[in-house]
Design a protein around this ligand. Structure first.
Ligand code: MLT
Length: 396
């Protein structure tokens, strides 16, 4: 018996587990203090009424012999895939029903998709970025090269012809920096991938925060993307499904490498290892895209956008540089007074009992940066901002 030795190359804890451990340790040492959490990007508003109604109806259906459902289709129910297809139409993307696979979330699919790729591929990962991309490839023992996202390039690295990569990760709007690619910039990535025969794994989990028309909601808005890209999206951020679990992956039917369909490979993978998302959850997800569902969800998104504005105004007042918060729920700030990311984490936790996420946890280039989320409640966001202001104003 041999264990997977690649696990020894990982940091001991997953980033958000580490953040939560440190906050828990602080809390047990200071039981009287109230910690305010703006670390993990977890939503705080309840599911929209339309979603809840649809789920209640689905529960009732499950109670009757005539409407009870057992195993569902591996790729998701047609009703949900149809509504996802129609959602994509709203930003000008035409998909086939067969391009869409429903799953229990983008994070799972981003890790699981690696099953269809050989371990000797080289992967290109932006630094900093959502730690799942690098961690899942480290687990598989793949060679990783990093592309620098930094202040100089506005945290939006562009392809460099000299770099050869088989699998390219792009996250836009970006977690953690909040930077988002324009369609023109994505076109450069698509051209680069097509010219090298590489695949882009495009994480669109935060597309619903895009307001600016020049920015892409989907990589499939770009011509040529269907021959080189797979897109991952989620109901977590758009509709508060972080605990309910539902997402989807788009693999165009025409996406082939060496005459082999990646879409068919993924269906083979999913039908072997996955038995689908509960019917009740898929009915809830379908309601997200109904007219009333969308209207309710837009109100929730606006609430989070307002939180982002509150945080941004606080940072403006403190003259702290930041990106994000406009087409993204994340605010990525430069740690004040030259502090390191974990140093600032401890400083905020000890001095203001506010938890954020150290930039360093997202990669080397995140050193000296810090991420705050706009997904907190209004009360927590306002209180956190007040405490941060007091702490920093008193230390100047
Ligand atoms: C984050 O805080 O980066 C996200 O919540 C993580 C995730 O979506 O898995």
């Amino acid at each position: 018996m041999k264990l997977n030795g690649n696990y020894s190359k990982l940091f001991e804890n997953y980033l958000f587990a580490e953040v939560s451990d440190r906050a828990a340790k602080y809390q047990s040492a200071h039981p009287d203090k109230k910690i305010l959490r703006l670390g993990i990007g977890d939503v705080t508003l309840p599911l929209a009424d339309e979603v809840i109604k649809a789920m209640h109806l689905a529960v009732d259906e499950m109670s009757k012999k005539e409407s009870f459902r057992g195993y569902g289709p591996y790729e998701g129910y047609g009703f949900l895939r149809e509504s996802i297809k129609n959602y994509y139409k709203t930003f000008g993307v035409e998909l086939n029903l067969n391009d869409i696979f429903v799953s229990d979330g983008a994070k799972s699919d981003l890790g699981n998709i690696l099953d269809i790729f050989s371990n000797d591929n080289t992967v290109l990962v932006p630094d900093p970025v959502y730690p799942v991309y690098a961690d899942t490839n480290i687990m598989a023992g793949r060679k990783i090269i990093f592309t620098n996202a930094n202040e100089e390039n506005g945290f939006l690295p562009m392809p460099e012809k000299v770099v050869k990569a088989d699998i390219i990760y792009i996250c836009s709007p970006n977690n953690p920096t909040g930077a988002a690619y324009s369609k023109e910039q994505l076109k450069e990535w698509v051209n680069y991938a097509n010219s090298q025969g590489s695949i882009i794994l495009y994480d669109a989990a935060y597309e619903c925060f895009v307001k600016d028309d020049s920015l892409a909601r989907s990589i499939f808005e770009v011509e040529g993307a269907k021959s080189c890209a797979i897109e991952f999206c989620s109901f977590s951020k758009i509709a508060g499904f972080t605990g309910t679990r539902c997402g989807y992956t788009v693999i165009p039917e025409e996406l082939e490498k060496g005459g082999i369909s990646l879409n068919k490979m993924w269906l083979r993978r999913q039908s072997t290892k996955f038995n689908g998302v509960p019917y009740i959850v898929q009915k809830g997800a379908e309601a997200v895209f109904s007219e009333r569902g969308m209207a309710q969800i837009q109100q929730n998104l606006d609430y989070y956008r307002q939180n982002a504005k509150i945080i941004a105004e606080c940072l403006d007042g403190l003259k702290i540089r930041y990106t994000g918060g406009k087409n993204s729920p994340y605010i990525w700030l430069k740690c004040p007074m030259g502090m390191g990311s974990w140093e600032f984490f401890d400083y905020l936790l000890n001095g203001a009992q506010v938890v954020g996420t150290p930039g360093e946890g997202f990669g080397e280039n995140g050193k000296g940066f810090f991420r705050l989320t706009a997904f907190g409640s209004r009360e927590v966001t306002q209180e956190a901002v007040l405490r941060i202001k007091n702490l920093l104003n008193n230390s100047n």
